[in-house]
Unconditional design. Structure first.
Lengths: 112, 114
């Protein structure tokens, strides 16, 4: 099956700086890559996703890039704010079968 | 509209007890997933339904785990003879279509087995 690795496991940045979280996947058949934000004790919520036919996608301060050849994708958060503090999970999925394979998470702390 | 709901939110069981966890997906969503999330880890897949059909149960850790979705809507995850290693948050998610789209998660059920 698919194996998703995520780095770093913890990340601290100063408010206003950028944060980058990286994930790699093993199965070239994966074609959908969502990113979820999970605040303590809350449900995971989708913040951005990308499909394999696109190299980059941006939504305000959040962007995701995908390199299919290298099998890695990254989350970029610019102008970080304290409310960005949470655990972020990347995931990979095949179209058929549809289960998500999650990374181990990155705990992001934005220091005011 | 209403999101995915789960009940109970918290469950404490004595080792050996049976438990049943309920998931109410978003109305009209075809696909339903159960995940297990251990402390400090990412969710791990347990099982997947498309309408009432259980298409994949490869993630269920043992035959003590059983899931059903008899009418293609509400789903129940049952764990028999609970053990301490079953302690985790159990997340349910639903998605509108048949593949490759956003999954909406419920708040989870935190199961603690003493």
């Amino acid at each position: 099956g698919e194996n998703v690795e995520q780095h770093p496991s913890t990340l601290s940045v100063q408010e206003g700086d950028s944060a980058v979280i990286k994930c790699t996947y093993s199965d070239s058949a994966s074609n959908y890559f969502p990113w979820y934000k999970q605040e303590l004790g809350k449900r995971p919520q989708l913040i951005i996703d990308i499909r394999s036919n696109v190299g980059e996608k941006k939504d305000q301060r959040i962007a995701v890039t995908l390199n299919k050849t290298a099998k890695h994708f990254s989350l970029h958060i610019t102008e970080t704010q304290p409310e960005d503090s949470a655990v972020y999970f990347c995931a990979a999925s095949f179209f058929i079968g549809n289960q998500f394979y999650f990374g181990t998470g990155t705990s992001l702390t934005v220091i005011p | 509209g209403a999101g995915v709901s789960q009940s109970p939110r918290y469950k404490v069981a004595k080792r050996g007890q049976d438990v049943a966890l309920r998931c109410d997906p978003i109305s009209g969503h075809v696909s339903l997933f159960w995940y297990q999330q251990a402390l400090g880890q990412g969710p791990e897949f347990l099982t997947y339904f498309q309408n009432e059909a259980q298409l994949d149960k490869s993630g269920l850790p043992s035959d003590r785990f059983f899931a059903e979705r008899p009418e293609g809507s509400v789903s129940t995850l049952k764990i028999q003879r609970t053990q301490q290693e079953d302690s985790a948050v159990y997340l349910c998610a639903s998605s509108l279509g048949y593949g490759g789209d956003e999954q909406f998660f419920g708040p989870g059920t935190r199961l603690t087995v003493l």
